[in-house]
Unconditional design. Structure first.
Length: 354
């Protein structure tokens, strides 16, 4: 059997959708399982033996209809028995149409059901604490009637070499071994997903005031100025706990660093999803326009907590669509005061042994 899973999106989506591949491998140990993703997301798939081949969706496929057509015909030559489209947008519809796969599974959405042999309900509300991001992906396996115990947890695989390199980096920066370490998901993938910097500084202060820990900042070199704003706004006593220059050189080294940490706190995004896949406790601050019910995965009030402005000011969200909320995200962020959830951070720290 040959199976193709499609997920053209960001790191968090690709990591979460890898649970489809993981469960397929258990159900069909001898199958060829391929995964079509953006080239930039492949580091989170390294070491995953559930995936035989990674098929790259590159920038040229987005910019050129001819290149997209070539990719579709390349997939057709593979003669896939099953195709699972977890992306379900225009680019993937074209690939599905060209693929010639015998069985094609995706979400039931208006105007595209003719493309697939199996259309799965796109559930609007979660049924468990797994969150919609997980539940929706797992629902794509239902038409196959798998006779296995489904594992809903995404996995990251860190090599011994990567762990040793991360430990060496901790030693180089003289990180205190007698203290636990918290990673701060400092900045989102865009401004509309980034908690205001002056507010984030207060969050870091809350952590430092309530736990004697080492603090690492997750940011890219191009985000150095924003990271400095947060650092400089923190209290001197907080700054003393921050190892500002301790950064991974690439995504794999960042994964190695997170694996040496004891928890992650901050903006929703790829860093949070990677930390969860490494079984690290998480505290998420959601953007006002992101639906918490989708990405508050494994929320149990203990190891995984999250906060959203809607939790505190529901009236601001009445009769507002996602599109409207996205336009209003920045002014809404300014209403999302860190004081609202200071007690939640204290609770999270206490419950996770900090």
């Amino acid at each position: 059997m040959k199976i193709l899973v499609i997920q053209q999106k960001m790191i968090g989506d690709v990591l979460v959708s890898s649970i489809i591949c993981n469960n397929l491998r258990v159900a069909y140990p001898d199958a060829q399982i391929d995964y079509l993703v953006y080239a930039s997301t492949t580091p989170v798939l390294e070491g995953n033996s559930s995936i035989d081949n990674i098929v790259l969706f590159e920038e040229k496929h987005r910019k050129s209809k001819k290149e997209l057509l070539k990719l579709g015909l390349q997939l057709r030559k593979e003669n896939y028995d099953v195709l699972i489209d977890a992306y379900s947008k225009l680019e993937s519809w074209i690939l599905v149409l060209l693929s010639g796969a015998k069985r094609k599974i995706s979400y039931k959405k208006p105007g595209r059901t003719f493309l697939y042999t199996d259309n799965v309900p796109f559930e609007p509300f979660p049924k468990t604490n797994l969150g919609l991001a997980i539940e929706r992906r797992l629902s794509l396996l239902e038409p196959l009637n798998l006779t296995i115990e489904i594992d809903p947890i995404p996995k990251l695989f860190v090599s011994e070499k990567e762990n040793k390199e991360a430990i060496a980096l901790f030693e180089k920066h003289q990180v205190r071994k007698d203290k636990k370490t918290i990673m701060i998901s400092l900045l989102g993938s865009e401004k509309l997903k980034t908690y205001p910097l002056e507010f984030m500084a207060k969050v870091v202060d809350y952590i430092a005031d309530n736990a004697d820990v080492n603090i690492l900042f997750n940011y890219f070199p191009k985000q150095l100025e924003e990271a400095k704003i947060v650092f400089n706004t923190c209290k001197p006593s907080t700054q003393n706990k921050i190892y500002f220059d301790l950064l991974g050189g690439d995504l794999r080294s960042f994964i190695g660093l997170v694996n040496q940490c004891d928890a992650i706190i901050g903006n929703d995004g790829g860093a949070i999803n990677m930390a969860k896949a490494l079984d690290k406790p998480s505290f998420i601050i959601f953007s006002p326009w992101i639906e918490k019910k989708i990405w508050a995965t494994f929320e149990d009030g203990i190891q995984h907590l999250s906060v959203h402005l809607k939790d505190y000011c529901p009236v601001l969200f009445q009769n507002k669509t996602e599109k409207m909320l996205k336009k209003e995200a920045l002014p809404l962020y300014q209403k999302f005061l860190p004081e609202f959830f200071e007690d939640r951070i204290k609770l999270f720290l206490k419950q996770n042994g900090f």
